[in-house]
Write a protein that binds this ligand. Structure first.
Ligand code: GLN
Ligand code: ZN
Length: 765
């Protein structure tokens, strides 16, 4: 009988109970015991849900009040010394300060967990970092689960992945050097778990699917030999991509079992089955832990049966990865059309599928005949449903030619026509799109959604917000204005709600970081645009001013990246479909006389595959999708794009290929590190490296921004340099925004003056 288990369950709660409790605690509305009671209830409820679904081994330690990597940092006593916590470091209050910063110390850095939209807290390592078993939470949760009669399987981030995902704070120091100091603490943890009667421990080592340097790979033998000596059975888990390159290494490790992601990389399974050691179990992740589609049970069953032929009782079944990345429960989605709902599975439903598979494997396909037949009908229906398949969209994609991906003239010709049309000064100032989402704006949107505000009054409220934003920008002296995005709660959801082929959920929340959740739309079918989406607002904004107003759209790759995507066609095809819809919108804006249109692609870099060898393929279609969205306009229409959240140095060639006339990028946090790459690469089009960090309430003065701009002038020819913040301003308040933008406009003026005098001086000499 195959053992079924799950690698982790969403911790936030079906109604985001953890979010509410955390935020109430942070603002002093509830006490610590109230918060920890919520945590306890969530764990209990989630274990019960999993057992009810038929799961044999429930994960323990996947719960976190903020993040699982931060949990490890506290458990391993690796809290950065800069916080000065000493022995108190494992208290929840210290924990939150690490995640969120305090008066004296900025928060620990946060970055994306592999290629997901979950963010983890990055460990900080120094040459003298030491480790010790410093917290009890793991052991307490194991006791908690045992007391409730669950069969606990503690989940830990493995030592190599933990080190690899951290950052070295000292120069010339390799964090792998810390391994010998780290292992005794892991051994101690395993020893304690064994004393608690734990049979199995899951060690997540997803770093094994990355391009790992040889010395890191070599560390695995040493590590697991050391850990094999103590404690319970270790199940070493990889996910998100293929570990086939590491099959020999992994099979030779002295662990009791391996877990593979057979959804994202089913092709790796044979490499492991071939000569699989007889002393190990193999856990196959056959249910997609990262997407919301119902499993093709026949395919999964076939895969499992093939594996069982080799492994018999040593085959385990699981979702591909932790279910952290999908919403909790589909049941409450009463507003979804039932046809669409029948295609979907969230965390709870996925575990039910796992139980069905297990039954099929134990008793034969006949035993799950009903389920298989239901799903055959569902698959059949999905394959032909007019909700999904739009022949016009498919035909349009087929008729695309090279010319559809190219602007008429090269940048050098376009830009002079655009300058003539826009008549902006040197070093033009602009912003990234959104302005503060004031309580009034949020309330109007929420009331409208609830039906408490009618269409007319909702529009009035939005127009008022737009008018005010435009007037403020005029008063500040900005050059290229925006309408401020008051009508958008989210830059992806706003478009998803209007595009055919997308659906949005009511409760489909997924943790992004800490208490922050996102509700990714679901791309269910061929994408098209039934009618214009933004024109009315932009045109309204333009009527309020004689200065040019920039149109504002979200790009195809970002739409794709921040949604749940179809699993029945390549991502590239979906991206092209979205691109065509956006291209139509761009065309309408141009028709309406909008002279500059921004197509945001903040997510382009995070879409990069985990392995370098897959990068070119992705970048090839991602760039093409952007070009398809943006190339339908005349030479004198200026296309902008915006990117943030990451380092762009290594994808500059692709960014250049996008051929936007102007790109605004996040740079201020890194002190403009990107500039060196831009100079070296000679980025050819206009560019605005952000001069202030909008993520912080701090208002930089004009001299500071001028210094950054002068630094930028060394990398970018002055006639191609734009002046703008790092990102959109929707999370900030108006007073700081007005101050910061006033300083920014001043800095641009000072720069213009200096440049004019430099030109004058050159002319004289
Ligand atoms: N136009 C968007 C805004 O200003 C861009 C947001 C982003 O880059 N994530 O909010
Ligand atoms: Zn941004």
């Amino acid at each position: 009988m195959a053992i079924t288990h799950s690698l982790g369950f969403p911790r936030i709660g079906a109604k985001r109970e953890l979010k509410q409790a955390l935020e109430a605690y942070w603002t002093g509305k509830i006490g610590l015991s109230n918060l920890t009671e919520t945590g306890r209830q969530l764990r209990e409820r989630h274990w019960a849900l999993q057992r009810r679904a038929g799961i044999d081994l429930v994960p323990v330690g996947d719960f976190a009040y903020y993040d699982q990597m931060l949990n490890m940092t506290v458990l391993l006593g690796a809290v950065p010394g800069r916080f000065g916590f000493g022995d108190a470091s494992s208290s929840l209050d210290c924990y939150f300060q690490l995640a969120r910063g305090n008066q004296d110390q900025p928060a620990m850095e946060m970055t994306k967990w592999f290629d997901t939209n979950y963010h983890y807290i990055v460990p900080e390592f120094r040459r003298d970092t030491t480790f010790r078993l410093a917290a009890e939470w793991l052991f307490e949760e194991v006791e908690e689960a045992k007391a409730l009669r669950f069969n606990p399987k503690p989940v830990l981030i493995g030592p190599l992945t933990y080190l690899f995902l951290g950052k070295a704070e000292d120069e010339g120091f390799d964090r792998l050097e810390l391994l010998p100091r780290l292992l005794p603490v892991y051994a101690e943890i395993l020893g304690r778990l064994e004393k608690q009667g734990v049979d199995w421990v899951q060690m997540d080592e997803p770093a094994l699917v990355l391009d790992l340097p040889a010395d890191w790979l070599a560390g695995f033998q040493e590590t697991y030999r050391r850990l094999a000596a103590t404690g319970p059975n270790v199940l070493l888990a990889t996910y998100f991509d293929s570990a086939a390159d590491r099959a020999d290494l992994m099979k030779a490790l002295p662990v009791a079992g391996l877990h593979l992601d057979a959804v994202s990389a089913p092709e790796q399974v044979p490499a492991f089955l071939d000569g699989y050691p007889s002393d190990k179990v193999l856990s196959l992740g056959v249910i997609d832990g990262r997407n919301v589609w119902r499993t093709d049970l026949r395919r999964a069953l076939a895969l499992a049966e093939a594996a069982r032929a080799e492994l018999s009782e040593r085959l385990w079944l699981a979702p591909s990865c932790s279910l952290l990345h999908v919403p909790v429960d589909l049941e409450p989605e009463t507003e979804l059309e039932s046809e669409i709902k029948s295609w979907l599975a969230f965390a709870v439903q996925k575990l039910q599928e796992l139980a069905i598979l297990d039954k099929g494997l134990r008793l034969g396909a006949e035993a799950i005949r009903n389920e298989l037949e239901t799903q055959d009908r569902m698959l059949q229906n999905r394959a032909t449903s007019p909700r999904i398949h739009n022949p016009a969209v498919k035909a349009r994609l087929e008729q695309l030619t090279e010319a559809d991906f190219r602007r008429y003239s090269p940048f050098s010709e376009r830009i002079s026509l655009q300058r003539e049309r826009l008549r902006l000064p040197a070093f033009p100032t602009t912003t990234i799109g959104s302005f503060p989402q004031t309580p009034d704006i949020r309330k109007a949107r929420a009331d409208y959604r609830k039906g408490e505000l009618d269409e007319v009054r909702y529009r009035e409220a939005m127009c008022k917000a737009i008018r005010e934003a435009v007037h403020k920008q005029e008063a500040l002296g900005l050059d290229l204005l925006v309408h401020g995005e008051a009508e958008r709660s989210d830059m992806v959801e706003y478009f998803a709600e209007q595009l055919e082929g997308f659906v949005v959920t009511r409760q489909g929340w997924v943790q992004s970081y800490g208490s922050r959740c996102v509700k990714p739309p679901i791309i269910v079918g061929d994408v098209s645009r039934p009618k214009p989406m933004t024109q009315e607002w932009i045109a309204y904004a333009q009527r309020q001013t004689r200065k040019p107003v920039k149109g504002m759209l979200t790009g195809p790759v970002t739409m794709l990246q921040w949604s749940f995507v179809r699993d029945d066609q390549p991502r590239a095809v979906t991206a092209f479909q979205i691109a065509l819809a956006i291209r139509d919108e761009v065309g309408d804006l141009e028709q309406a006389g909008v002279a500059a249109i921004q197509i945001d692609e903040p997510a382009i870099r995070e879409g990069l595959p985990l392995k370098r060898r897959d990068w070119d393929d992705y970048l090839g279609w991602a760039v093409k999708a952007f070009r398809l969205a943006s190339s339908g306009v005349g030479d004198d229409t200026q296309i902008h794009t915006h990117m943030c959240y990451s380092e762009f140095g290594d994808i500059l060639p692709a960014i250049t290929d996008m051929d936007a006339d102007v790109i605004t990028v996040e740079t201020s946090r890194s002190g403009m590190d990107l500039l060196a790459a831009i100079r070296e690469f000679r980025y050819p089009n206009d560019i605005g490296p952000g001069v202030y960090d909008i993520h912080s309430p701090r208002v930089p003065d004009k001299e500071e921004m001028l210094r950054l701009l002068q630094k930028a002038c060394e990398a970018i020819p002055p006639e191609r340099l734009w002046v703008n913040p790092d990102c959109g301003l929707k999370t900030r308040g108006w007073p700081e925004v007005e101050q910061a933008l006033a300083n920014m406009v001043e800095a641009a003026k000072m720069l213009r003056q200096r440049q004019a005098s430099a030109v004058e001086a050159r002319r004289r000499s």
